[in-house]
Design a protein around this ligand. Structure first.
Ligand code: SF4
Length: 252
């Protein structure tokens, strides 16, 4: 039987509730319901191929450190962190968007999933830090106190919750390793090999964040209640997309 990602009240196998679905629920219950209960696919977004590429480069970077024993990296030295890369046989599954780390929430019969970027282990206590890579290109140093930052915090907290539910000792501090593309540097130079290969430089910022996972259980129950209901929930106030659809249907 195919995985249960559009909720069907007739099925009794676990419903897959991804970290992304939880975030959709928190952003707008109506959109969550359209997609996860009614199976309506939202318009396709342009894939963030550059962000995917920078994620891959950072994963490779830290995998190389892991293979060498995981003891030292510029980022840890710069920020005075006493950590190394955590090794685990399931690391590749945890990072895979189609698998991720999973936990069956039995009271609601939902399997919660999330795909992480990396895990660092403290050398003093053995506790684990969840690590997420982010990329941007802006003049000022990035932060997580505005805009997408709220979603990033929730993302981190769901990962922390998932790891704890799987029995890992997770430190409350997670890290966002932000890379910020500079627009003020040369692109082609002799080192890049001339006119066929260019180079973008990134400033990097490590942002620690103390997560609070206290809300996660409650939201998992609320997601299930919403999915079970036959009523379409209200949309988010002030959503630009809903305004567009409403004004368009008024014209039509
Ligand atoms: S309010 Fe926005 S997010 Fe919610 S249903 Fe409408 S379009 Fe979707």
């Amino acid at each position: 039987m195919a995985k249960h990602t559009v909720f069907d009240p007739e099925r009794d196998d676990p419903f897959i509730l991804s970290r992304t679905a939880i975030d959709e629920f928190l952003s707008c219950q109506k959109c969550f319901y359209f997609k996860r209960r009614l199976g309506l696919k939202p318009p396709r977004l342009i894939p963030l191929t550059l962000a995917i590429a920078t994620d891959a480069i950072l994963k490779n970077e830290f995998d190389e450190v892991r293979q060498k024993g995981g003891q030292s990296h510029y980022v840890w030295e710069t920020h005075d962190l006493n950590v190394h890369t955590f090794s685990h046989p399931d690391m590749e599954d945890w990072r895979n968007n189609f698998r991720g780390i999973r936990y069956l929430h039995e009271p609601t019969n939902q399997e919660i999933t999330g795909a992480i970027d990396d895990v660092w282990e403290r050398l003093d206590t053995g506790q684990l830090h969840i690590v997420d890579y982010k990329s941007t290109s802006k003049k000022d140093d990035p932060d997580i106190e505005s805009g997408w930052g709220f979603g990033y915090k929730r993302q981190m907290e769901v990962y922390q919750w998932l790891f704890r539910k799987n029995g890992f000792d997770i430190h409350e501090t997670g890290y966002f390793l932000y890379i910020n593309g500079r627009k003020d540097t040369a692109f082609y130079d002799e080192e890049t090999g001339g006119g066929t290969v260019g180079r973008m430089l990134f400033r990097t910022t490590l942002i620690p964040y103390d997560g609070d996972t206290g809300w996660v259980d409650d939201i998992i129950y609320q997601c299930k209640d919403t999915l079970r209901s036959n009523e379409i929930p209200e949309g988010s106030e002030g959503c630009d997309s809903c305004r567009y659809f409403r004004e368009r249907s008024e014209i039509e």
